[in-house]
Design a protein. Structure first.
Length: 307
């Protein structure tokens, strides 16, 4: 591959990752729009080597921003479950994962995808994460999946899906697609059809995650895509944190605290599981309580706050 071809592929990957236009990439490199247009369509009338190196340097000097997932990831049982599902998806498995808020689904998925992006650099990542918005139509969903896997989108949902299938079929490693908060799709047939098509045509491993409502949306007895939803290899409902896990995390974050304080942390970390009609320990609530304790300590009101 010559330098000009390498530069074109690098720029296209950069655009797919960042969403920047050809003109914007040109501005980063100090190259006029018309020159960029000619170069990217292989119609540049002059010697390409110098321009190609200029573009490569500009892209490398302005790497795509990788989302920073704040907070330490503690290896709870739920984290181990989710990691096993990601590995299963690498082998082509389809997983449905649901549970109440605070069971670490989104946090773990976002962390693992950020790690994959750092390893990949500008290379195409093997794991993509899509937050399912209720405002998404077929075109928006296809474009977001394409952006995750560094595939330049088409002008329509069909064009983007075709590009995705073409690109993912030719990659050395199977792509893993994680669709989070998928209950926002509300069982919309066109969106679920797109996921089915990516599984069937591109061979992606698929993880669909979200709230308990997913169990109903992907119920083979109710879904119009009965054959597709029956193909899910794993259907898992995540529990809350265990008391031991809450105590371990609180001790690691706060140091040694009196048992009375620990009991207060446990109590304030409880949430109500409306599906199971029971309480559970929420990771989200736990870290809010830990933050409150730290603020109280900083303001010298620690004892008053927790006693």
């Amino acid at each position: 591959m010559n330098t000009a071809t390498q530069a074109r592929e690098l720029v296209r990957a950069y655009q797919a990752r960042t969403g920047l236009s050809t003109g914007h990439v040109g501005r980063l490199a100090g190259v006029a729009f018309q020159t960029m247009k000619q170069f990217m369509t292989d119609n540049y009338p002059h010697q390409e080597e110098s321009l190609a190196r200029q573009l490569i340097q500009a892209v490398e000097a302005n790497p795509p921003q990788i989302p920073d997932v704040e907070g330490k990831l503690y290896t709870t049982e739920n984290v181990r479950i989710l990691d096993r599902q990601i590995e299963a998806a690498r082998d082509g498995a389809l997983s449905l994962i649901y549970g109440s808020p605070g069971t670490q689904k989104s946090f773990v998925f976002q962390r693992r995808v950020a790690e994959a992006l750092r390893r990949a650099g500008l290379e195409a990542p093997t794991v993509g994460y899509v937050y399912a918005s209720g405002a998404m139509g077929r075109k928006a969903l296809a474009q977001e999946i394409a952006r995750q896997f560094v595939v330049y989108p088409g002008s329509s949902a069909y064009g983007t899906l075709t590009s995705l299938v073409f690109a993912l079929q030719r990659r050395k490693q199977r792509a893993v697609l994680i669709v989070d908060e998928a209950q926002h799709f509300g069982g919309e047939l066109p969106l679920l059809e797109m996921l089915r098509e990516l599984v069937d045509r591109a061979g992606v491993g698929l993880i669909v995650a979200g709230h308990d409502r997913l169990e109903q949306i992907f119920d083979p007895q109710r879904s119009p895509l009965e054959q597709f939803v029956q193909r899910f290899d794993h259907r898992l409902r995540l529990p809350g944190l265990s008391e031991k896990e809450v105590r371990t995390i609180a001790a690691a974050e706060l140091g040694q605290v009196p048992e009375r304080t620990m009991e207060a942390v446990l109590k304030q970390s409880e949430a109500t599981d409306r599906h199971a009609h029971a309480s559970y320990y929420s990771a989200r609530y736990l870290f809010k309580v830990i933050a409150q304790v730290r603020r109280a300590r900083a303001s010298n009101g620690f004892r008053k706050s927790v006693h």
